[in-house]
Design a protein around this ligand. Structure first.
Ligand code: G3H
Ligand code: 13P
Ligand code: ZN
Length: 307
């Protein structure tokens, strides 16, 4: 099946009240681990490639691999630029086989963010690609000292309405207390679900949660047992993810959990077998660990059987 746009995948998810994972890839094994899980559970997927991933793997490799994965699997798969900021890369993705673009203007002021986001919508829409915008800056709630700072950082519901109307984005990334990486909370994990509810009531497009990795116990334990130093690593609890889905989140971005799963598997194989040097042994174990993580996400997000 040819690649589809993320809009197509997410409109169905929104109507049927589930979420779809947007999984980041950097190489073939990561992609295969994701696709193996999607095949097993008949789930759609959004494959995210960051500008860094494109630099690492090469533009043509990313596009060719993901096209092949969609063709072979017969699943609805979108190839999405994650956190696009560079206009040349965005233009290359629009003309070069991606089916969805994120323009990340979250570091800009409101008017500038609207301006660049609208510019990307105008470039991408005529070619049939979907566009994600982001409003608000990702930050753990406990790092925001008072209500004023929280309001200035997290997504404001009324500004979200204006942002969506003026840019025409197909889906919107919101900041409600998650952050990227493995160290999301120092104290008790907390998301601003009240804010999310208000955004959902006012904005009628699929909403996106970045920084949504959960740092599962088994993944962390495997990696640290075999020497990884990840002191204080903490992710978004699975019940908070469920609550976010119940309140309008349809696209859930996961990278850290895949990285940690790959790391733990590679470390285990190499420590248990110090004489091993066949990459198929350690990367194969990494691929299997990614399949397991993605299978758990599919169950949590409710996307099984939705392909
Ligand atoms: O949110 C960012 C993703 O985890 C991608 O990270 O820019 O290091 O590839 P990256
Ligand atoms: P995590 O770091 O929580 O996996 O978030 C990934 C992400 O938001 C990619 O855009
Ligand atoms: Zn992100």
């Amino acid at each position: 099946m040819p690649l589809v746009s993320a809009k197509e995948i997410l409109e169905k998810a929104k109507n049927e009240h589930y979420a779809v994972g947007a999984f980041n890839i950097n190489n073939m094994e990561i992609l295969q681990g994701i696709i193996n899980a999607c095949r097993k559970y008949s789930s759609p997927a959004i494959i995210g490639a960051s500008e860094g991933a494109i630099r690492y793997a090469g533009f043509k490799y990313i596009v060719s691999m993901v096209k092949l994965a969609a063709d072979e699997s017969g699943l609805p798969i979108a190839l999405h630029l994650d956190h696009g900021k560079n206009i040349d890369t965005i233009a290359q993705c629009i003309g070069g086989g991606f089916t969805s673009i994120m323009i990340d203007g979250s570091h800009l002021n409101f008017e500038e963010n609207i301006k660049v986001t609208k510019q990307v919508v105008d470039l991408a829409r005529p070619k049939g690609l979907s566009v994600e915008g982001e409003l608000g800056r990702l930050s753990g709630i406990e790092d925001l000292v008072d209500v004023e700072e929280r309001d200035a950082t997290l997504t404001d519901p009324d500004s979200a309405v204006e942002f969506v109307e003026r840019t025409g984005v197909d889906f919107l990334a919101v900041a409600i207390g998650t952050s990227h990486g493995a160290y999301k909370f120092k104290g008790d994990p907390k998301l601003d679900i009240k804010r999310l509810k208000e955004i959902k009531e006012k904005v009628n497009i699929p909403l996106v949660l970045h920084g949504a990795s959960s740092v599962p116990e088994w993944v962390l334990k495997r990696a640290t047992t075999y020497g990884a130093v990840l002191k204080g690593a903490k992710g978004v609890p699975e019940d908070a993810i469920k609550e976010a889905i119940d309140n309008g989140i349809c696209k859930i971005n996961i990278d850290t959990d895949l990285r940690l799963a790959l790391l733990g598997a590679v470390r285990e194989v190499l420590s248990e077998n110090p004489e091993e040097f066949d990459p198929r042994k350690y990367l194969g174990a990494g691929r299997d660990a990614i399949e397991k993580v993605v299978s758990e996400k599919i169950a949590l997000f409710g996307s099984a059987g939705k392909a």
